[in-house]
Design a protein. Structure first.
Length: 248
């Protein structure tokens, strides 16, 4: 998954490599979490085992070496080229509790909507990965911020093409916006955006729209399949069934 503000890659090591690799570095901040297996990491004079309970943060410019003595493993690498998604989030050791592991696995299911659902999932994951204490949760912002975000989504603001862009438009950080919106509105920004889009779809179908592919494109879905999945998740029915229920 690639977005201007993050790159998500799934890395599979399929064989045993017990020896240390040559030093590697990254140009952006990198968070690595393991889904299966384990491997060894050497960075800044320290050697650790990385597994599903322990991730690591790889700052830009720092070198690291890797060894895979236990055979195959699968991990997820999230590279953040700038500071948009890490604004207002302070780096700390990555401790993977069950909530973070769930957020990691949920992130991998947001590929059809990287700008909103993907970015929001990355923000949620970073908040869990980089918090100092397991139950640390910063206070949300004002109701006004959440209301302005709702207005921007409803008005289809040209500058609100994704979570990061929306936060920039509202002069706040994606993490703060995501937390504030969920607190005051009761759902994520991406879920609210989908609710708005499905409401518009219902109106269009009720008015006689029959071209579902065109409708999906007009509403900003990546394709008709994405539209169908979203409507089924929101309504329990696919667009064709909704059209039949409305007598169209």
């Amino acid at each position: 998954m690639v977005d201007p503000h993050f790159v998500l890659r799934v890395v599979d090591c399929t064989a045993e490599h017990p020896h240390w690799s040559p030093p590697e570095s990254t140009s952006g901040t990198q968070v690595v979490l393991v889904r299966r297996g384990r491997f060894r990491l050497e960075s800044r004079g320290r050697r650790v085992t990385v597994d599903p309970t322990t991730g690591y943060l790889h700052p830009p410019g720092h070198e690291a070496r890797f060894a895979h003595p236990a055979g195959g493993d699968t991990c997820t690498s999230i590279t953040l080229p700038g500071h948009a998604l890490t604004a207002a989030v302070e780096a700390a050791p990555v401790r993977v509790d069950a909530r973070l592991e769930l957020a990691h696995r949920a992130l991998l299911r947001t590929g059809s909507d990287p700008a909103f659902a993907g970015a929001e999932a990355v923000v949620d994951l970073l908040r869990l990965a980089l918090r100092r204490q397991p139950d640390e949760a910063p206070a949300p912002g004002s109701h006004d911020l959440a209301d302005r975000a709702r207005e921007a989504v409803l008005a289809d603001e040209p500058g609100a093409t994704g979570l990061v862009a929306l936060a920039h438009l509202l002069e706040t950080s994606p993490s703060h916006l995501s937390r504030t919106f969920r607190h005051h509105v009761g759902m994520t920004v991406s879920r609210y955006r989908n609710r708005v889009r499905i409401s518009r779809a219902l109106r269009r179908i009720d008015e006689g729209e029959t071209n579902l592919a065109s409708l999906a494109a007009d509403l900003g879905f990546s394709d008709q399949a994405h539209f169908t999945r979203t409507m089924r998740r929101e309504l329990g029915h696919a667009p064709g069934r909704v059209r039949a229920l409305l007598g169209r």
